[in-house]
Design a protein around this ligand. Structure first.
Ligand code: NAD
Ligand code: NAG
Length: 318
């Protein structure tokens, strides 16, 4: 009995593999689900990617709630969403997602003011961009709190309603930094790995509970010109435009894709890391400009960061 079950499981693995390859040739737009009249909650919606996603959801008839710590950023997003579709509801809340009590409180407010959340987009993020010894301790903690730990609070706030209806979607904006480590990004990469691990584990829990209606998507984009990584250098792969990335993310969400890497080539990172000998992977990292990428990073505060502790130019990689 058991062995025949295993046989069926192997057939299904093969079937999903072939299906995945064939679906590559089917335009995604033919498989888009409707988000009309759904409520989407986007953290970090006062800027960059979060704002671009808010506008796209509104254009598809979804009601939009945005959270951020930046009040004027939120106000701008609200105006843009109204302009994109005056027929949908849009509301903004100043909420620091590192404060879990505030997250629960604000989520309850959203439910009272608008409705239960159908789609949660964990998008808010921060980056320090310094070598380990140059990052103040409290900044390391903050990176983890914003980029990873907050996902526990936001998901716990909205999941009960999704479970009750067996319907919903949880989206985590991670990064290619959640697939591979990189210089001057210890805290950032570690927090993004954490976000990826959280999302993958949650997905297994949902499957285990047979909550097949609650979808999840993890997104791993390369550098985007939003200002968050201002000053970064990208010698081989060009930096991405926020509109392009937002379109790719929407296509992933609307087709219930579990894993969205932007650009596509980034899907190979995890594979390369495991099949190449480690030293070959280091060389590939070097050729792709990995060591220089963050050299002139200034970030959102516009200040050139001094890396005092490690001299970046002593590299003699063999
Ligand atoms: N820009 C890139 O190159 C890049 C690449 C890969 C992944 N990402 C990820 O994409 C997401 C969006 O980034 P972006 O490029 O739009 O950056 P962004 O700086 O434009 O937007 C991030 C937003 O998060 C908000 N935020 C920060 N801390 C917060 C907190 N404690 N509570 C609530 N909101 C908070 C900020 O105010 C800001 O509006 C982030 O998770 C980022 O890590 C960005
Ligand atoms: C807040 O948002 C405004 C409007 O988009 C922007 O000009 C400003 O730089 C943002 N502030 C911070 C600290 O990111």
């Amino acid at each position: 009995m058991k062995s025949s079950n295993n046989f069926i499981a192997f057939l299904l693995i093969f079937y999903y593999w072939i299906r995945g390859m064939l679906l590559f040739f089917v335009p995604k737009s033919l498989r888009f689900k409707s988000v009309k009249d759904r409520l989407v909650l986007i953290t970090g919606g006062g800027s960059g990617l979060g704002r671009a996603l808010a506008i796209r959801f509104a254009k598809r008839g979804a009601h939009v709630v945005v959270w951020d710590v930046n009040k004027s950023g939120l106000e701008e997003t609200v105006e843009l969403v109204k302009g994109a579709n005056p027929d949908v509801k849009v509301k903004s809340y100043v909420c620091d997602i590192t404060d879990r009590h505030l997250v629960y409180e604000t989520a309850a407010k959203v439910k009272r003011d608008v409705s239960a959340v159908d789609i949660l987009v964990n998008n808010a993020g921060v980056v320090n961009g310094k070598n380990l010894m140059d990052i103040p301790d409290e900044k390391i903690v903050q990176t983890f709190q914003v980029n990873a730990i907050s996902h526990f609070w936001t998901v716990k706030a909205v999941l009960p309603d999704m479970m009750a209806r067996d319907s919903g979607h949880i989206v985590s904006i991670a990064s290619v930094a959640g697939s591979t480590g990189s210089c001057q990004l210890t805290d950032y990469c570690a927090s993004k790995f954490a976000a990826v691990g959280f999302e993958e584990s949650l997905r297994f829990e949902l499957l285990n509970a047979n909550l097949l209606g609650v979808k999840s998507t993890v997104v791993l984009p390369y550098f985007i010109n939003t200002g968050m990584f201002a000053g970064f250098k990208s010698p081989i792969l060009p930096a991405l435009e926020p509109d392009y990335v937002a379109d790719q993310i929407m296509a992933g969400i609307l087709t219930d894709a579990e894993h969205v890497a932007v650009p596509r080539i980034c899907y190979t990172l995890n594979t390369l890391k495991t099949i190449l000998p480690t030293k070959a992977f280091y060389k590939l990292y070097e050729v792709l400009g990995g060591y220089e990428v963050m050299e002139d990073f200034v970030g959102r505060d516009g200040a050139k960061h001094n890396n005092n502790y490690i001299n970046n130019n002593n590299r003699k990689v063999k």
